[in-house]
Design a protein around this ligand. Structure first.
Ligand code: M6R
Length: 585
């Protein structure tokens, strides 16, 4: 992960800081900045969030050049020594890195033998120590030594350019005659530049205010297409809310409205038609974390509609399964960011095998979107909180649309009806429940069928922002082992939306009750009073049509996770050890 940025122009600190704030979703373990002013480096570093770095900065409006970094620690603890930028031994070259250098141990041993001293433990510092001077020749020499993923931005005391390299980590560059920039995400250019270049793997070069020089992986000088910065990056504020997470849960309704509007357009209908014309005999749905759970929901929709094998796979496990990918495979990749390294590497693998590549993403300019034959946008707007909420909701809706279109049915009217019915749950019930949940050190979720998928997503949400141990089990599986963990210290959240499965789920709930477990029911079913009495809490969720019931159910469960995190005093937007975009495998 990590976000990198470089800038040449006026107000360097201010522009780099703004970029770092936009890149903070990529990691917030530490942040740092180095400015070249009149041939000398001025460096600022701080552990923790960008706001900590901001407090140390001395702003200067003059012309200058600098690089900056926001870190998600991979190698080496979170401390100032490991905070980027890193420097060459003679102090002439400064560098910021996003990615993982796989052969850093070997290189470090080699450099140590040459007498080079390392002040920290990062793989990135090893790259910096490979340099003494900065020009295309020395950049090429160092690149020849590197294995792994890296987007780099480098400056030197005696150079007027930012040098850059991209390999398996995203990087974009732009200039306009008075300023130049490189960044992990083109959102950093908004308000500064109007056009940018997208680098491909193996490309490198240098940029200053007047020119950009590009080379490909074969060291040939190349011309690149420039892209207009035509997307609006709306920098969401928390306005009216304490945190982005709760705002984004409520924005699920806006995502649905956006989807209804966009998915009426010819542009999207043509994509759906293209998909319908594909011949395939297997479908693979691939993602990580919450995006994988959206894939499970997608699998549930698609299997109900078609007689075709649907495999839902966790991206990081995909390659170990020897799956049979060929031109009859429809491979659908789900990713909010469109940059998740595990998902991206499976996409590249499936593409090479001839699979048809479709993506469902919130980031239409992302690498995953660019590499897809068809990309379906989820129209959720920027999602800032690390815990994915509205994106999950929107990804599931896109699966509903794809399935319904392939069945030849209308999807707009059912979506409009759903929009009118959406219910976010009653805070007067959810908040006291959250107050109670914080007393426990573990929480179980159970469900059957589609409710088991909702249980998985609800459990992930709870653990990632509250740090309470939580796991989801299919109701029927409990008695095969997990029930051994149940006693009076374990609350179990039972999810029940399917009338046909309710009696079985209820029996499983009673098995828990007999062993002293606390029972919390989240249901959209009409339930008799005497049944309700067996539960410590009953949260009744509004009923909607069957295909949307699991989406309706996740909303109060997301809020429960949020309220519990607040009760624990955690910042739900930036949970510990996590980042919004996971660009390392
Ligand atoms: O950007 P992506 O959708 O590819 O991200 C995948 C996961 O890293 C992500 O969904 C993660 O699990 C969320 N933090 C969960 O809330």
């Amino acid at each position: 992960m990590c976000g990198i940025i470089g800038y040449i122009g006026e107000k360097v600190e201010e522009n780099l800081l703004q970029g770092l704030e936009r890149l903070e979703y990529r990691g917030y373990d530490s942040a740092g900045m180095t400015i070249n002013r009149g041939g000398e480096f001025v460096t600022y570093k701080a552990t923790g969030k960008v706001e900590n770095l901001k407090k140390t900065l001395k702003f200067n409006d003059d012309l200058g050049m600098g690089i900056a970094h926001t870190r998600w620690a991979t190698h080496g603890k979170i401390c100032i020594e490991n905070c980027h930028p890193h420097f060459s031994s003679n102090g002439n070259v400064a560098l910021v890195h996003n990615g993982i250098l796989e052969n850093f141990e070997d290189l470090k041993a080699e450099l140590s033998k040459e007498g080079k001293y390392f002040y920290g433990q990062t793989d990135s510092e090893v790259i910096a120590k490979c340099f003494d001077r900065l020009d295309i020749k020395s950049l090429r020499r160092v690149l020849g030594k590197l294995q792994g993923s890296y987007a780099l931005a480098l400056i030197a005391k005696d150079s007027d350019s930012i040098y850059f390299v991209k390999n398996k980590s995203p990087l974009y560059v732009g200039f306009d005659g008075s300023q130049a920039m490189v960044a992990s995400d083109p959102s950093c250019f908004v308000g500064i530049l109007t056009e940018y270049y997208t680098l491909e793997d193996g490309e490198y070069g240098r940029i200053n205010k007047k020119e950009a020089v590009f080379y490909n992986k074969n060291n040939e000088k190349i011309e690149k297409y420039i892209t207009k910065l035509d997307f609006k990056v709306s920098y969401e504020e928390k306005t009216g809310y304490d945190h982005f997470m709760i705002k984004e849960i409520y924005q699920s309704r806006i995502a649905l409205e956006n989807i209804i509007e966009r998915y009426k357009q010819e542009e999207i209908i043509n994509k759906l038609k293209l998909l319908k014309n594909y011949e395939f005999d297997r479908i693979y749905l691939v993602g990580c974390g919450t995006a994988y759970h959206a894939g499970l929901i997608g699998g549930y929709y698609l299997r109900e509609a078609f007689n075709v094998d649907v495999f839902c796979e966790i991206a990081s496990e995909f390659r170990y399964k020897n799956l049979n990918i060929d031109d009859k495979s429809l491979c659908i990749f789900i990713s909010q960011s469109g940059e998740t390294a595990d998902t991206l590497s499976v996409l590249e693998f499936c593409k090479e095998k001839g699979g048809k590549i479709v993506s469902i993403t919130n980031t239409e300019y992302s690498t995953i979107a660019r590499l897809s034959d068809i990309c379906f946008p989820i129209c959720a707007g920027q999602e800032k909180a690390v815990a994915s909420t509205k994106a999950y909701f929107a990804q599931c809706l896109i699966f509903y649309i794809i399935t319904t279109f392939l069945k030849g049915k209308d999807y707009i009217l059912p979506l409009q009806n759903f929009k009118r019915q959406i219910d976010f749950g009653d805070d007067n019930i959810l908040k006291p429940l959250a107050k109670n949940l914080v007393k426990y050190d573990k929480v179980f979720f159970i469900g059957r069928g589609v409710d088991y998928i909702t249980a998985k997503e609800a459990s992930l949400k709870l653990k990632e922002i509250t740090y309470i141990f939580s796991t989801a089990e299919s109701s029927g599986e409990l008695k095969h082992g997990v029930i051994a963990l149940i006693d009076s210290s374990v609350p179990v959240i039972v999810i029940a939306t399917d009338e046909k499965l309710f009696n079985k789920t209820l029996n499983n709930a009673y098995e828990i009750k007999s062993r002293g477990g606390k029972l919390i029911l989240f249901t959209s079913l009409q339930i008799d009073k005497d049944i309700k009495e067996n539960f410590d809490y009953v949260i009744e969720v509004k009923k909607t049509s069957k295909e949307f019931q699991s989406l309706q159910m996740i909303l109060p469960l997301q809020k429960l996770a949020y309220f519990t995190a607040i009760e624990k005093g955690n910042n739900p937007d930036m949970p510990r050890n996590l980042a919004k975009s996971v660009t390392v495998e």
